[in-house]
Design a protein around this ligand. Structure first.
Ligand code: KE4
Length: 427
């Protein structure tokens, strides 16, 4: 591989990898420019192969909450590498990682590790179906739970109609049991459960949405779902792949005081290595093979390198004051951005929870997909390109979160806000 520029490498990549990337959002299609290829990262900074330096607010889509190359994580990984990278057999570090998750996340009495968030949510849905003997489940428009077939489903014509395939390759059969409802709309959930008595295995949601941009739950929404699921014998699943260990050590369920039956995790618990997990009530989890009849498996599940990275990351996040500091920095960034947009007379709406936030280019309050989708994505693309040129690495989509890490300094956040003010004024 002799290419030295992002442009040349991208051209070569496009001949070898579909779209030149291994995950679509990385191709920068929605922001109208070519992707920058990363050389390295450290702390809050990331460098591309062209030698350009950026302050990063993507954090590998969430995992890098401590900053890149956090030394204790690197030390733990180096030690494990010498012992072995994968055995396909049980190891003590998997038990230690399970204990760390059980101790931190209120709903989790038992946990199973997998290798991605997609595997975690796919498995949690199967487990809920096996546990209840029911086939339908409810998800919400604008929530993303990875790319398993039954979750790649678009809303049907009416809120009570079953889902339709969200992409070619997903069959009607795979989509027919998925009900897609508006986020933050408790009445639609009540209607769907009453219209499908004793048929709905689960309700799955992002307790704080991150995949339509950041959209917090409306007051009462999460508790309302808890009450409805209790009344209907439906399993409540919080997909905390983003929010787990992000907004609190115990995730959104700790922050809002609502406990689901199952929780899916990923990103942060792998400390940058491929990992996912699903856990919850022991009574439900014990239905999983080999203890119970619901099959689920994985060659690299509980990979020891990912486990030690996760254990070390969770230990660092367990220190006193960590989430207060993340919240302070997240507030500094989001408030600064909103002030800058106001000064530039650009209509935006900012949503934030802790160190995750999104500035939507719309004048509407954003509380679901219908309002999020009114955002001016062309204007976001121009903002993105302006910030990239000024050395700021943002999510290449309006409908993602901006993440602050413990490594970001106040000075970096202030400089970011100043640069944003310049770009916003030029839009
Ligand atoms: P993975 O299979 O990508 O590890 O996780 C899927 C997933 C599940 N649940 C939630 C709430 C998620 O946010 C994700 C994946 N997040 C996206 C970014 N929002 C990953 C980035 C990408 O697709 O490249």
């Amino acid at each position: 591989m002799t290419n030295t520029t992002s442009h040349d490498t991208f051209q070569a990549a496009c001949n070898l990898i579909p779209g030149g990337v291994n995950s679509p959002v990385r191709a920068y299609k929605s922001v109208g420019t070519e992707p920058r290829f990363v050389a390295r990262a450290k702390g809050s900074r990331i460098w591309d192969i062209d030698g350009r330096e950026y302050v990063d607010f993507v954090g590998s889509w969430g995992p890098m909450i401590l900053g890149y190359g956090y030394e204790p994580v690197l030390d733990a990984v180096r030690e494990q590498l010498e012992l072995g990278t994968s055995f396909g057999a049980p190891t003590c570090v998997e038990v230690e990682a399970a204990e760390a998750v059980v101790n931190a996340v209120p709903s989790v009495e038992m946990v199973r590790f997998v290798s991605s968030g997609t595997e975690a949510t796919m498995s949690a849905i199967r487990l809920a179906r096996g546990y209840t003997g029911r086939e339908k489940f409810i998800k919400f428009d604008g929530n993303y739970h990875g790319h398993s077939d039954s979750l790649l489903v678009a809303a049907g014509s009416g809120v009570l109609t079953l889902g339709i395939p969200g992409t070619p390759g997903v069959t009607q059969g795979a989509a027919k049991d998925t009900i897609v409802l508006p986020y933050n709309d408790l009445d639609s959930v009540r209607e769907a459960l009453e219209a499908n008595p004793e048929q709905v295995a689960a309700v799955i949601l992002e307790p704080i949405a991150g995949n339509m941009g950041v959209v917090p739950p409306k007051p009462g929404f999460l508790q309302g779902l808890r009450d409805l699921c209790d009344a209907h014998g439906t399993v409540l699943i919080f997909d905390e792949v983003i929010t787990g260990f992000r907004v609190a050590l115990g995730g959104a369920q700790e922050l809002y005081g609502v406990t689901p039956d199952l929780t899916t995790l990923g990103k942060i618990i792998g400390g940058g290595f491929p990992v996912g997990a699903f856990g919850g009530k022991a009574e439900i989890m014990r239905h999983l093979a080999p203890e119970g009849p619901v099959y689920q498996a994985g060659t690299l599940s509980g990979n020891p390198v990912a486990m030690v990275a996760g254990i070390t990351t969770i230990a660092a996040l367990s220190q006193p004051g960590v989430y207060e500091e993340l919240d302070r920095k997240g507030k500094k960034l989001a408030d600064g951005l909103c002030r800058a947009a106001g000064s530039a007379a650009v209509h935006t709406h900012c949503n934030r929870v802790g160190s995750m936030s999104t500035m939507f280019f719309t004048h509407l309050e954003v509380s679901n997909w219908a309002s999020a989708s009114t955002a001016d994505t062309d204007r976001y693309a121009r903002f993105f390109r302006g910030m990239l040129d000024r050395g700021y690495w943002l999510a290449p989509s309006q409908f993602e979160a901006c993440f602050v890490s413990l490594a970001h300094t106040d000075e970096e956040i202030e400089a970011f806000v100043d640069a944003a003010g310049e770009v916003l004024a030029s839009l």
